[in-house]
Design a protein around this ligand. Sequence first.
Ligand code: GLC
Length: 537
Amino acid sequence: MKASEKLDYKNIYNKWWHRATIYEIYPKSFNTTFKGITAKLDYLVSLGIDALWLCPIFLSPFVDSGYDVADYYKVNPSFGTMEEFESLLMEAHDRGLKVILDMVLNHTSDLHPWFQSAQKDQKSDYRDYYIFGQGKEDQPPNNWISSKTLQSVWTYNDRTEDYYFHAYTKHQPDLNWDNPRLRDALYQVLRFWLEKGVDGFRLDVINKIAKAKGFKDYTPSINNPYADAMYENQPQVHEYLREMNDKVFTQYPDAVTMGQTAGVTYEQACGYCHYNQKALNLYLQFEHMDLDKGCAGAQKPYTTKALLKALLPWQQLAEDGVWPTVFFGSHDAPRMVNHYGANNERYSDKSAKMLFGFQMCLLGTQVVYMGDELGLRNKCFESIEAFEDIRSHDIYEARIASGSRVEEVLQDLNRTARDHARYPMPWDLAETQKNKKNSVLSFYKAMIAYRKESEVLRYGKVESVTTKECDMIVVSRAYKRKKILMIANRSDRVLAYSLEGLCSGDIKDYELVVSNENPLDPGVLSPFEIRIYESTE
Ligand code: GLC
């Protein structure tokens, strides 16, 4: 037996964030302003969540929805004043809700005074806050193409006759983390907000802060023409994050750091988040979110088995000291129901419940994206003008330029664009669902409340049980004497099953505690049905 097999998760993973359900808010579309969000805090309390994560609220030209910060010390006036933010923070705390800010430390806006100065003058004090490079014969310093913009990561800067680096749009120049002065300036920013009382940060693309040494050309492959790996999860990132933890977070032990770490491997996750190695507290992995990602905004099919393979091994990392975070929706993805659930209106709400029931049966910190609790679906956008997100426009332009048909690109964007998650919350729907026992909202509330009371769901080890049915999902959990068995059907077919074959122990000890179907047929799972059983031996 490995030493780690003796871990009792409740003892080791014992901070507030390990127990938490976090609710992600995209402020502009949630309720527009700090005051608007404050007015909805009671709604969030009634939902049962523990913390809110606010997408960027800082001064920004909003080229990339606030992920382009022009001043880390100011809030965006479109959301209100600093006093109004402070009042939101206080009101949230009064209700027992934590507040996590989305902090963008990989890059700034090109309108940030640091970049404005660096761009003008090679001798600027801020020049080394960014990454500049000399081109070669009218070409950028290397051949790196970003998967996000489908363009070079370099943009020519007339003023100093060289190029600057940006992993995202040219309006988001990357910061140079190799510069200790820059790092200290960013740590200062973190302290400023921690001193205001925020409860931690979601650290945007934090695994991109270190770039491959030497900026050598990338060798593209047919499967991957993009050079993201050259500036993602590079070895030095761990050093920087440990330093950040040491210099900032050791003074704020109850503040959480949740790193966005796309493309991470199991080993790298251990480097970021091992409970013994002080770097980040939580990491967000995207294997399941990217399953259907084709090239340039296209979508490819995937199976339920592939979905489980993209999710379940991460759960086992808890045995090695790395706590997972589970999420199915975000401001960067299409709506959760379209992504993983029913492809039609008929089973839309039922599949929304099934997916959330499944999510909450997984181990880890839980994240809910705003509106998913109402079962919101993707919109249908008729033309490119209807899309707001710069990424949708970048993809559209690059693909049209390389010969794709308009209808084809629009069809892809209608499946994969980030715009689907960013339209305004339909508060009238929330009001209607509030009073309906069978609504998606009621199911979310019940599931969050159930998990809060259930040690086995929070700390139980995870086992997945394989069945012959390719669309059947079975997860079992065990903690002390309690067991949970979850079975779900991720298809619009009826699936036969036998409980005896799935549970360990005596079937008679299992009691049904959650379901999204009425009446129940004992031997079959109806389309998108979920059942959760509990047993105490
Ligand atoms: C992250 C954010 C995304 C943003 C990007 C650049 O992926 O989630 O919305 O566009 O970083 O900051």
